[in-house]
Design a protein around this ligand. Structure first.
Ligand SMILES: C[C@](O)(C(=O)O)[C@H](CC(=O)O)C(=O)O
Ligand SMILES: [Mg+2]
Length: 293
């Protein structure tokens, strides 16, 4: 792949190269480095991740565009692996949506997904979601597409309609979104593999299946999703959930035992950390520049 490929081109190439493309959530730049080392060809900046991890807030449409941009920029600064970004409902009306697209492009996003919930959105796997009309979502998409400053940026339309309107209505919405120019579709909160298959059979664009934990969707494997025709599979918060559990256990052990000795073997070592960061290259550079004083 040429070094000059844009983030959007890199994302599109990744979708072509791996079916379904595994897209993994990285809540910060260091996680992005770890995911890259594990071999992932696409990363994800989760709206819930920004809200929960960066701000300690629930995923209820509280965090805003600059919050997301900052997290994206930190990640795209350290890796060329293309990033899909959750822009919730686009953060406002038509001009705001266009601004969101511009800002995310500038921050180095390869793809964004925008959803058909009302602005005070909820997690896609929680009850009580309310949607805007198909026409209003199509307007959002038109604003996003027209606002593109780089044609290669992938605009993915997410529909949350499965829960409140049923499978058929959700597919019909997705068809309208593709008609409006969406490059890919995010089929949120599918209940069965047949749901995923119904989406992929009716749409001629790549369809993403969100395999978030403790939600409405069973843990379908890559092989099952490939058979169902999925183009992408998302694990938005898996590492974050595991990191949080590890942090809880270490905090409580230190507090309880008065030492970290019992949890040392749960920790990544200093050497391992430095290896991921390329620490020694930085140190060598310092020596080159300023000598060993
Ligand atoms: C994908 C998602 O939009 C996210 O922000 O990561 C969430 C994930 C989750 O809450 O598990 C969603 O599915 O709404
Ligand atoms: Mg989200």
């Amino acid at each position: 792949m040429s070094q000059k490929a844009t983030a959007g081109q890199r994302f599109r190439e990744a979708v072509e190269a791996e079916r379904p493309l595994q897209v993994v959530g990285t809540i910060n730049a260091y996680s992005a480095l770890l995911a890259e080392r594990a071999g992932f060809q696409a990363l994800y900046v989760s709206g819930a991740g920004v809200a929960n991890a960066s701000y300690g807030l629930p995923d209820l449409g509280i965090t805003q565009l600059p919050d997301v941009v900052e997290d994206v920029r930190r990640i795209t600064d350290v890796t060329e692996v293309p990033v899909l970004v959750d822009i919730d409902t686009g953060f406002g009306g038509a001009f705001s949506v266009a601004r969101t697209i511009r800002e995310l492009t500038r921050a180095g996003a390869g793809a964004v997904h925008i959803e058909d919930q009302v602005q005070t959105k909820r997690c896609g796997h929680r009850p009580g979601k309310e949607l805007v009309s198909t026409a209003e979502m199509v307007d959002r998409l038109k604003a996003a597409i027209d606002g593109r400053t780089d044609e290669s940026l992938v605009i993915m339309a997410r529909t949350d309609a499965r829960a409140s309107e049923g499978l058929e209505a959700a597919i019909e919405r997705a068809e309208a979104y593709v008609e409006a120019g969406a490059d890919m579709v995010f089929a949120e909160a599918m209940h069965t593999i047949e749901d995923v298959q119904a989406f992929t059979e009716r749409l001629n664009v790549p369809v993403l299946a969100n395999i978030t934990e403790f939600g409405k969707t069973p843990y379908f494997t890559v092989a099952e999703l490939r058979d169902a025709g999925a183009g992408l599979v998302l694990y938005p918060l898996s590492a974050f959930r595991a990191m949080s559990r590890a942090a809880e256990s270490v905090y409580s052990a230190i507090r309880r035992d008065g030492t970290q000795q019992n949890v040392i073997d749960q920790m990544q070592t200093r050497d391992e950390l430095y290896e991921v960061l390329g620490y020694h290259d930085y140190e060598r550079k310092l020596d080159e520049l300023f000598g060993n004083r």
